[in-house]
Each structure stands twice: as structure tokens, then as C-alpha cells.
Design a protein around this ligand. Structure first.
Ligand SMILES: *[C@@H]1O[C@H](CO)[C@@H](O)[C@H](O)[C@H]1NC(C)=O
Ligand SMILES: *[C@@H]1O[C@H](CO)[C@@H](O)[C@H](O)[C@H]1NC(C)=O
Length: 277
């Protein structure tokens, strides 16, 4: 068993550098698997055979072996995402698994209920607030700036509707400007799950506005009406920082946690999470 694990960890260490196509490193972990679905279950004689099996399947992201039943399960990301490992789930599981990636998505925003108001002032948006990344959460503009001021970052937005449907939007380039430049948003390279449209292009190049900005722009009024600060461009149809509703119904157009393409400005999402890699 020890020999087996040594062989596997050497293989993993050797492949730690950027992966050439067809070769993926596999490392042992205890990740929570809530973002995955079982791709395949097969009986094999050993853990190493299970990892080998997984490494040959293009979409396999995780492998788990049960020595008692000799069952090897491989998992792929739900929704067809090529990579769904969230940092908030890394080492939070209770079962030994093998994962194909060492990097993970950092949660920067998360909405799951109305227990945290997002209708707060600029100061709190700068510093961050909420219940931590598993709950309602805003990591803070200063941190987002720090995270995006170096090498290019991707943004992933995961959405859940009230009927259980899940969808995503992805941007290959996401960064925010310095505090002196009002954390201006730079975003491009959209793709998304079936039917989901590019809701954020309209905010590209816009400054971040909260309800208590000193600038006197109409954007402040939008922040007040929408009960959440954002990179406003006039008053948009909505945004993911809007007031959380306890059903899809909104009190007024755009007043909810909104992704308007295709759900519209009168449908408030059950959950949304913004992540960076
Ligand atoms: C792992 O945790 C889950 C959820 O807390 C629990 O239902 C399950 O029994 C645990 N499994 C083991 C092997 O401890
Ligand atoms: C879930 O709700 C959305 C938005 O109302 C709708 O477009 C979709 O068809 C629904 N899906 C299911 C499976 O009911």
C-alpha cells in the first residue's frame, strides 16, 4: 500500500508543472464532491488501477476507490465544466479521493439566502463582509484587486434556479483597477452553459458604485434601488449583488439577484457564486 502511494505521489510530483495535453497530475485529497457527478463505476483490483482508469478518461476530474468493494468511481464536473474544483471544498471531505488538478477556484461572492444584506456602503464593499465563503459573502474589492492585478484571471459564475436547474457563465479575462480608479471592471471572453447570455459585457470599463458614493452620479441611485453595489452602467436590468428574494418573484423590475440573459429582470436566482482562478 505504501509503495503504491509512493509511486502515485512521485508520478504526481513529476507532472506538477503545466500539463501537456493527455497528461494530468493526480494527487490525493479529501475534497468535498458536491460539484461533481459520477461518470463511471467499475470494479478494479487496486487504487493505482483506479487512478490509471480515471487518467485515461478525458472528462474525469476525481477518482475514488473503495478497497472493500473494489469499486472505482470516476467523477466529472456537473454542467460540463472542464474544471470545477472550488478552494472552499478542498480538504473538506471525509473520504480519500484523487484529483486531477492542484489549482482551484476562489470564491469571491456568494448568495444563498437573505441573512446578509448586500445593501451596504462602499466602505464595506472595499473591505469585504458576510458569513464566509460557504454562506453569503463578498470578499472585498481590495482583495479582488490584489487577486487580479497579476497574471490573467478567469471568472466563473455559478447559478441555481428555484426549480433546481443549474447554469454557469465564464469569462477568460477578469480584473479590477486600483482603488484610486474606483476598482473599474475589465471583463471579456464570455462563454456559458446552454442558453446563458453575456450579462457582464455592459459593465466593462465601469467604476464600482455603492449607494453612498460621493460622486453624485445616477449610479448611486441604482445601487440604492437595487439594494446592492456593483459596476453600474446607468441602471442595468439587474446584477448578482441585488437584494436577495426568498422566491423567484421580485418587488420590481431588476430588484433581485439577477442574471437577465435568459432569466429576465423579474426572476431572482436562488443561488449565485462568483469564483476566480
Ligand atoms: C462523510 O460525511 C457525510 C456528511 O457529513 C456523512 O453522511 C458520511 O457518513 C461520512 N462518511 C464517512 C465515511 O465518515
Ligand atoms: C426551471 O425554471 C426556468 C426559469 O423559469 C425554466 O426556463 C426552466 O425550463 C425550468 N426547468 C425545469 C426543469 O423545470
Amino acid at each position: 500500500m505504501l509503495g503504491l502511494l509512493t509511486v502515485l505521489s512521485i508520478a504526481a510530483a513529476v507532472c506538477e508543472a503545466p500539463e501537456p495535453p493527455g497528461s494530468i497530475s493526480w494527487t490525493q485529497s479529501f475534497d468535498k464532491l458536491e460539484d461533481y457527478e459520477v461518470a463511471r463505476t467499475e470494479r478494479v483490483a487496486s487504487e493505482i488501477q483506479c487512478v490509471t482508469l480515471a487518467s485515461r478518461a478525458a472528462s474525469a476530474q476525481v477518482a475514488a476507490y473503495d478497497a472493500k468493494t473494489e469499486l472505482c468511481r470516476t467523477y466529472r464536473c456537473r454542467m460540463g465544466l472542464p474544471h470545477c474544483r472550488k478552494c472552499r471544498n478542498v480538504h473538506k471531505g471525509n473520504q480519500s479521493v484523487w484529483t486531477a488538478r492542484t489549482n482551484c477556484w476562489t470564491t469571491i461572492q456568494h448568495r444563498i439566502s437573505d441573512s446578509t444584506s448586500f445593501g451596504v456602503g462602499y466602505h464595506r464593499y472595499k473591505k469585504g463582509f458576510g458569513e464566509g465563503e460557504n454562506g453569503n459573502f463578498w470578499i472585498g474589492l481590495r482583495t479582488i484587486r490584489d487577486l487580479t492585478s497579476g497574471p490573467e484571471r478567469q471568472l466563473l459564475i455559478l447559478m441555481k434556479l428555484w426549480n433546481g436547474t443549474e447554469s454557469f457563465a465564464r469569462y477568460t479575462r477578469f480584473s479590477v483597477d486600483t482603488e484610486d480608479n474606483d476598482f473599474k471592471l475589465f471583463i471579456s471572453g464570455f462563454s456559458g452553459s446552454s442558453g446563458v447570455g453575456d450579462d457582464l459585457a455592459q459593465f466593462n470599463g465601469k467604476r464600482f458604485s455603492a449607494k453612498d458614493d460621493a460622486s453624485g452620479d445616477t449610479e448611486e441611485d441604482c445601487a440604492r434601488d437595487a439594494k446592492g453595489a456593483w459596476w453600474f452602467a446607468g441602471c442595468p436590468d439587474g446584477h448578482p449583488n441585488g437584494a436577495y428574494q426568498t422566491s423567484s418573484a421580485v418587488p420590481g423590475k431588476g430588484q433581485g439577484v439577477i442574471w437577465s440573459r435568459p432569466y429576465g429582470a423579474e426572476y431572482s436566482l436562488k443561488e449565485v457564486e462568483m469564483l476566480l482562478i
